[in-house]
Design a protein around this ligand. Structure first.
Ligand SMILES: [Zn+2]
Length: 469
């Protein structure tokens, strides 16, 4: 009873704004829960269903049907999505586009500590598949637009939101590419904001920098295949499919592609050099100043995240060989996933693999990609883009630097950039080096971090939406 009374008194002492805030925070939590708990994996999930649920929320918030455009194709009925239009007041002002993907990476219940499709709050974290990638951003975009409408916010420029499917799976349907090819006018915008960058925490949980994605590498899978006549395993032959394949994989393992410096990774190196300090900081400054500094490059290449930002990388990710324990293998295949530096062609990388393997028994094939991607350079980081990010970041996290980054992973931003819409990655969520175990087990996001990211993007989009041309 005493405790109850104390709680009641504490509630009375809360300022009214905090009470009001908790009401819209509750709405946000309900939305986020629905997003995480609607399975959108490729195997058994349904993006179209989730897009429907989101459209229902927009309708309930008063958005007219004419501003809600659901889409799907007959070939991929569960890979649909939704476009939302929030009209601006100035017809001559170019729109801005918010992008996020509804689908998530597969997650097996038996591998996870908690059910991946139940949103669980524990120890200051939200756990669940997609809590970070990318349902955090879906939730923040949807929630922001609904709040803008509730407030009667009238932006100068139209704000568009595209929620798509097919970002994570390697199936030949990618919603962002499909929209660019089939609904280009609905997507048209001066620039787009997307996933792809986050805030960086150190091991103690202190904020180090807010990253902004200014370009990303291309993901390309190659298959290595060896076909062999096989035979009885009691009579081994020197010509063996598995041995050809393992030699090929070993040749790739030993290779380092050349270091490349562009605007994005150079800006990252020079800005992070001061924060990092020590020998590593000196090497970062050295390499930014002189891309030929091989000593600095060698030192930084030992750090996996920096290595990935400095060059094309290729790594074996899957192998499959043999058909029986007592038979010589008739077939051995591997998938090699390459992350290609902006401006380098996929065919050039394939040729490098062929040269490294140097074995005509191994066939190297470039696998099809669903996403439309060009070899265009990363979009420029102008003041118009960076100014608002720095302003809002300074309000919420004073003193934390904003740092451009070349993203080693690929996102749907590539499809938009290839279609002429410069796309930047920015989220305002902060993570330690594990990035909340994105794509892995027990994916999670800090509760405070999610709410701060929500506030950050809500304010940021408002600034962009009222920007003068
Ligand atoms: Zn993602």
């Amino acid at each position: 009873m005493k405790r109850l009374l104390a709680g009641f008194l504490a509630a009375l002492m809360l300022p009214s704004s905090a009470l009001a805030q908790s009401a819209d925070e509750a709405a946000f939590r309900a939305l986020y829960k629905e997003l995480v708990e609607t399975n959108t994996t490729f195997s058994v999930g349904d993006c179209t269903l989730l897009a429907d649920k989101i459209a229902t929320r927009f309708k309930a918030a008063g958005f007219p049907d004419s501003n809600l455009i659901p889409f799907s194709t007959p070939e991929w009925p569960k890979s649909g999505g939704l476009i939302v239009n929030y009209p601006g007041t100035d017809r001559n002002a170019k729109a801005i586009l918010l992008l996020a993907h509804l689908d998530v990476v597969e997650a097996k219940r038996e591998d996870w500590t908690r059910d991946p499709f139940t949103l669980i709050e524990e120890g200051g974290y939200f756990y669940g598949r997609g809590t970070h990638d990318d349902k955090s951003q879906v939730a923040i975009w949807v929630d922001s637009l609904i709040r803008y409408r509730q407030e009667g916010f009238k932006p100068r420029r139209t704000i568009k939101l595209a929620l798509t499917c097919g970002e994570e799976s390697s199936v030949p349907f990618n919603g962002a590419s499909w929209l660019m090819a089939n609904k280009r006018e609905l997507m048209d915008a001066e620039f787009a904001l997307n996933e792809g960058a986050w805030g960086q925490l150190d091991e103690q949980g202190n904020r180090v920098a807010l990253l902004v994605e200014a370009g990303e590498k291309t993901s390309q899978n190659f298959s290595l295949e060896v076909i062999n006549i096989g035979g009885h395993s009691s009579v081994p032959l020197p010509d063996n499919a598995i041995y050809h394949l393992t030699d090929a994989i070993r040749a790739i393992r030993g290779h380092q592609f050349p270091v490349q410096i562009n605007d994005a990774n150079s800006a990252y190196l020079s800005r992070m050099a001061k924060i990092t300090g020590g020998a590593q900081g000196a090497a970062m400054a050295g390499l930014a100043a002189n891309p030929m500094d091989s000593k600095a490059a060698a030192l930084l290449s030992k750090i996996p995240t920096l290595n990935a930002m400095l060059r094309t990388t290729c790594v074996a990710t899957q192998v499959n060989a043999g058909h029986a324990p007592n038979a010589l293998p008739q077939r051995a295949t591997a998938i090699v996933n390459c992350r290609i530096f902006p401006g380098v062609s996929r065919d050039a990388v394939r040729q490098t693999l062929i040269d490294l393997i140097a074995d005509p028994a191994v066939t190297v094939t470039r696998l099809k990609v669903a996403r439309t991607e060009g070899d265009e350079p990363p979009p420029p980081l102008t003041r118009k883009i960076m100014g608002p990010i720095e302003k809002v970041a300074g309000e919420i996290w004073p003193g934390v630097p904003v740092v451009p980054v070349l993203q080693a992973a690929a996102t749907d931003g590539r499809a938009l950039s290839a279609g002429g819409i410069p796309t930047y990655g920015v989220s305002g969520l902060f993570f330690q080096a594990d990035l909340g175990n994105i794509h892995g087990l027990n994916e999670r996001v800090g509760v405070t971090s999610l709410f701060e990211g929500r506030e950050f993007l809500y304010r940021l989009v408002k600034l962009y939406a009222n920007q003068q041309n």
